[in-house]
Design a protein around this ligand. Structure first.
Ligand SMILES: Nc1ncnc2c1ncn2[C@@H]1O[C@H](COP(=O)(O)OP(=O)(O)O)[C@@H](O)[C@H]1O
Ligand SMILES: O=P(O)(O)OC[C@H]1O[C@](O)(COP(=O)(O)O)[C@@H](O)[C@@H]1O
Length: 303
């Protein structure tokens, strides 16, 4: 079973305006409320790909109920810890460009945090746990390490998609996959990256630090898959970008779901890129049809 853990879910409130005027009244042209948060997005795409998952993490209040209801309507299994505070709302403003304002997240009480750790304690050896997104400030920056320790005690594999110190500290525990984008990669090492060669150099450092597989996504410029033996490049299919929120999460879902179902890392890479682009070319996250339509357009070449 694949478990996705979203410590800080969100309603993604997508708002479109024609011309944003700061300090003035703006009228919305269109708006859309979607269940969000990185692990939740991963579960929604896994569902499209026919891979079973259970979405867990913290949900609270009317916003939390909306997310749980929407996932259940899509027949996605959920087992969230219900908290007292409200789940956040993240604003995704489309005004020609994409501007995002993500909430800090709710207060999580000690017994709520313990309840989540307790849920993971029943993991099995062949399970994969996808730990994704920011940590609500009240939990403390080392909460992922606590969850990783539980994964290791049970023998379950884990994937981690977060940034900065939380990601660097996780590497020593040998995550199955990490997927920084090229900007996050540069930030991790405090450098500016100018070429594919440099991306590969820093990507390899993440492998040396412990990651089993490293994907570096580069939005519309494709992606690199760096393994212990090889480096592969994938192009992105042609299409018009509608909403790239969740593209990275979709890529992780495509990779992990395909690896779990078929065991072939190159096909997993192809499915990851097709899923990421299919989401970028959709208003909501990608559908299975869209992913399948794009999959043959992804060409993978060895570097
Ligand atoms: N503008 C785009 N055109 C085509 N595909 C895209 C675009 N933006 C994202 N994608 C797809 O989604 C994947 C992840 O996107 P990226 O923006 O790099 O990740 P993140 O959302 O984590 O920052 C890319 O590798 C690509 O397959
Ligand atoms: O936990 P964070 O880092 O605030 O990110 C949460 C946001 O990321 C998303 O999961 C989208 O992530 P990506 O665009 O990186 O795939 C949104 O659904 C959500 O609003």
């Amino acid at each position: 079973m694949i478990y996705t853990v979203t410590l800080n879910p969100s309603i993604d409130y997508i708002v479109e305006v024609d011309d944003l005027k700061l300090g003035d009244l703006n009228r919305m042209k269109r708006d859309l409320k979607l269940p969000g948060g990185k692990g939740i997005n991963v579960s929604r795409i896994l569902n499209q790909l026919g891979a079973d998952s259970t979405a867990i993490g913290f949900l609270g209040g009317f916003t939390g109920r909306f997310i749980d209801d929407t996932l259940r309507e899509e027949s996605i299994k959920t087992d969230f810890v219900m908290i007292e505070d409200d789940t956040r709302i993240n604003i995704k403003l489309k005004h020609g460009d994409e501007t995002e304002i993500n909430g800090l997240g709710p207060a999580i009480r000690e017994q709520e945090a313990d309840a989540l750790v307790h849920k993971l304690a029943s993991l099995q050896k062949n399970d994969i746990v996808v730990l994704s997104g920011s940590i609500p400030p009240s939990l403390g920056g080392d909460f992922y390490e606590r969850l990783i320790r539980v994964c290791q005690d049970t023998g379950a594999e884990f994937v981690i998609d977060t940034t900065g110190e939380a990601l660097m500290k996780a590497l020593v525990h040998k995550p199955l996959l990490i997927k920084p984008n090229h900007h996050e990669l540069a930030e991790l090492f405090g450098v500016t990256i100018h070429s594919e060669e440099e991306i590969v150099t820093y990507g390899r450092k993440l492998l040396e630090a412990g990651a089993k597989n490293v994907l570096i996504s580069m939005a519309g410029e494709g992606a690199l898959f760096i393994t212990a033996d090889e480096v592969y490049h994938a192009n992105v299919p042609a299409g018009t970008v509608k909403n790239s929120v969740g593209a990275g999460d979709s890529m992780i879902a495509g990779f992990v779901g395909t690896l779990a179902l078929h065991g072939d890392p190159i096909e997993a890479f192809r499915a990851g890129v097709a899923s990421g682009s299919a989401t970028a070319f959709s208003d909501d996250l990608a559908t299975r049809e869209k992913i399948e339509q794009l999959r043959p357009q992804v060409t993978i070449s060895k570097r």
